[in-house]
Design a protein around this ligand. Structure first.
Ligand code: 5GP
Length: 131
C-alpha cells in the first residue's frame, strides 16, 4: 500500500536519513518519543511487519541492529528499545528508541516537536558514527 513512507523512499518527500541499502531505509522519526528515535522501513511496499517474507525480515532485523549500535554510540542512553506499532502509517516499520528508562518506550507519551535544525544535529551525531 502506498503511504507517506513510499514518498520518502522515492525521495518525493525529504527525510533525515540515517542508513540505506538496496532493501531498507532508516531515518529520524519526525515526531520522536525521544531524541534519536529512528524508523527502519523496507523499500518494498508492505503494510504489516509480520507479513514480510522470512528472509527479508531477517535482513531487516540485522539492518536494524547495525543502526541501533550507531544510535547507541551517538545518543546517551542505556539501551535501544525496539517496537512495532504501525497504527498510523500503513507501511511496515520498526521503531528504534534510545531509552533511559522504560517510560521512554510508552507510545502514549507526548511526542517531541523538534525543529529542523535540532533534527539535523541529531542526524549528524548519529551519522558521525561509522559501523
Ligand atoms: P505508527 O504507524 O508506528 O503508529 O507511527 C508512525 C510513526 O511515523 C510516528 O512515530 C510518526 O511520528 C512517524 N511519522 C509519520 N509521518 C512521518 C513523516 O512524514 N516523516 C517521518 N520521518 N516520520 C513520520
Amino acid at each position: 500500500m502506498s503511504s507517506i513512507f513510499s514518498k520518502i523512499i522515492s525521495e518525493e518527500l525529504p527525510c533525515y536519513k540515517i542508513a540505506e541499502d538496496d532493501s531498507f531505509l532508516a531515518f529520524l522519526d519526525i515526531n520522536p518519543l525521544v531524541e534519536g528515535h529512528v524508523l527502519v522501513i523496507p523499500k518494498q511496499e508492505i503494510d504489516y511487519l509480520f507479513d514480510i517474507d522470512d528472509s527479508l525480515l531477517k535482513d531487516m532485523v540485522i539492518f536494524s541492529k547495525k543502526v541501533a549500535k550507531r544510535i547507541q554510540k551517538a545518543i546517551p542512553c542505556k539501551r535501544i528499545g525496539l517496537s512495532v506499532i504501525g497504527l498510523e502509517v500503513p507501511h511496515a516499520h520498526i521503531h528504534l528508541v534510545p531509552m533511559q528508562s522504560m517510560k521512554d518506550m510508552n507510545f502514549s507519551n507526548a511526542k517531541l516537536a523538534l525543529s529542523s535544525s535540532q533534527l539535523e544535529v541529531i542526524q549528524s551525531k548519529i551519522n558521525s558514527v561509522s559501523e
